[in-house]
Design a protein around this ligand. Sequence first.
Ligand code: SF4
Length: 700
Amino acid sequence: KELLSARRSCTTCPYCGVGCGVKVNKEERVNPTAIRVNGDPQHPSNFGHLCVKGSTLGETLGEHGRLLRPRLHGEECDWETAMSFVANAFARNIDEYGPDSVAFYLSGQLLTEDYYVANKLMKGFIGSANIDTNSRLCMSSAVAGYKRAFGADAVPCCYEDLEHADLIVLIGSNAAWTHPILFQRMQAGGAKLVVIDPRASATSEVADLHLAITPGSDAALFNGLLNFLAQHNQIDRHYIQQHTQGFETALASAQHWSLQQTALNCGVSVEKLQAFFWLFAKTKKTISFYSQGINQSSSGTDKNNAIINCHLATGRIGKAGAGPFSITGQPNAMGGREVGGLANILAAHMEFNMDAIDRIGRFWRAPKVALTPGLKAVDLFRAVESGQIKAIWIMATNPAVSMPDADRITAALRKCPLVIVSDCVAETDTARCADVLLPATGWGEKNGTVTNSERRISRQRPFLAPPGEARHDWQAICDLARRLGFTEQFDYSHPVDIFREHAQLSGFENSGSRAFDISLLGQIQREEYDDLQPVQWPVNNRNPNGSARLFRDGKFFTESGRANFVPINPRAPEQKISNAYPLWLNSGRMRDQWHTMTRTGRSRKLLDHSEIAEIQINPRDAHKYEIKEGNLIEVRSAHGRMYGRAVLTEAQKPGELFAPIHWSETLAQEAKVSALTGTAVDPFSGQPEFKQVPVKLQLL
Ligand code: SF4
């Protein structure tokens, strides 16, 4: 009866960070495979529109391929057996080797409520901060960039701004494929589009200007822009004086980036660069829209700040149609940020300092809050490899495919004494390394909240009963917590109990110094939670209906209340091309696939777009290597190799290749691009350098 109530027909798409509202066809729910979904016309992020992935969600439902029962060392067992094994092993390791000998690795696919309890258990009760997430691979440089500039991880813009803008600069983003509903909104708004991306894409095809820059040269380009704006008196001196600090130092770092020097460094013509600089200078309502092309770099944080510097210098922030807008990849990367899913932050956006540690300890009544940040993803798996971490619980993600140097990750997991994997899918590369497999609920069964790229919290509502013995992730984590002796603090009977606590913590001793604040939802009851309408944080007494845009008053979350300019000295990619590896390999999403295809791979319609791993190559390079369209080719780096079919295209510049991220060993042998990526990371965020990988290739 509950599953069929009318309000439950509205939920949120589980794929990308756009976070579209969907409506599930109620009459057909009895048979999951016949379920159809449509866009929710009332949802303010997408107003009824869906891309092809969202509109085929119904095809991906059903029990086929699902993990239905727990397994221990390959044998099916009941939850009691599996969880008592896990709890005993955790307790033993913590006793013998200390709390840092265990770890959680989470996912932007989890709901906020799942994320919250995992973080609470690890950081407040086990006493370690060894809890990180696949969001580290996606947007942690954006987090670090915002924090350096604004004093908080606070996205200033909203989707409406895309319609208000007169100019949208897309940097390292193929939004037409990766965030299609936002791209539609940009086009509907009629803004001029400038694309900054080494490769031509479906997005650059319709842009007014495409700057096909040298891989990794984004920071130089925005330093050049800052210098140009200052030289041509196109900066907002009043805004700089009233609301920022550090402008002169940042400008000094940018001053040797003349137009000619910048053009040379970025590999574009002076004329094109000048056209972009003047367009930026003369268009007040400008949005910079960026995602993985900026973040997945060994200098991703600097690139973020180079962009933000230009917005601060022109006062283009906190106003309709203007701002530096980082877009997340996953549906709940933002929710993870809110609850401390990253190893270097505490819950509710609190930092690791004595005040926050004390505050959280009192709020949770926690026995031992972690005192220092934990290991970020790359280091976390290095610690698994070295034996320092002896038990790791991986939830809703597939690091054996998605982490850089992926074959090394697989080897590390194989030799780890205890690997626990909870997933809704039975067969993944990571599941093959598991000692314990726990069946988790999936989209349509899960019940909770997610936060999208514009800080909008939406409900994911269940409309199907969990299959087999699948359980919600928060239930499994609370089970472990209780078995470790923390019964009272993990006694939740419904996700609303968790959400309420999460909302209360956001307002606890928060006098306005912390950006994330949803304290007005801190007394939410079950009925209200079920009916919760999408809302953008902060949601507090000052903003009872949520907040579309931040920093309207020019006040920031730094101690002085001013935004920081960050001086930028552009750095080349840490991985270098050489005679041995003379080509750059870039990677990213295909239009119709999601992550490692565990879900989208089940839809025939989606597979039709691109059924095999295709490696894009410029015809001149193809000629040099005697490669023809459709040939099977091998791409090798210093770390590994992959195979794929050659696609000859002028979209790639000579010397640069592109491969999709979606293929795993489960789908095809040695078609996994992450096997080639090295482990160079950004020094501030720990985000790996996925986008610039030196490789060589040969025809097979
Ligand atoms: Fe889902 Fe993203 Fe497509 Fe919206 S744009 S329907 S959230 S995949």
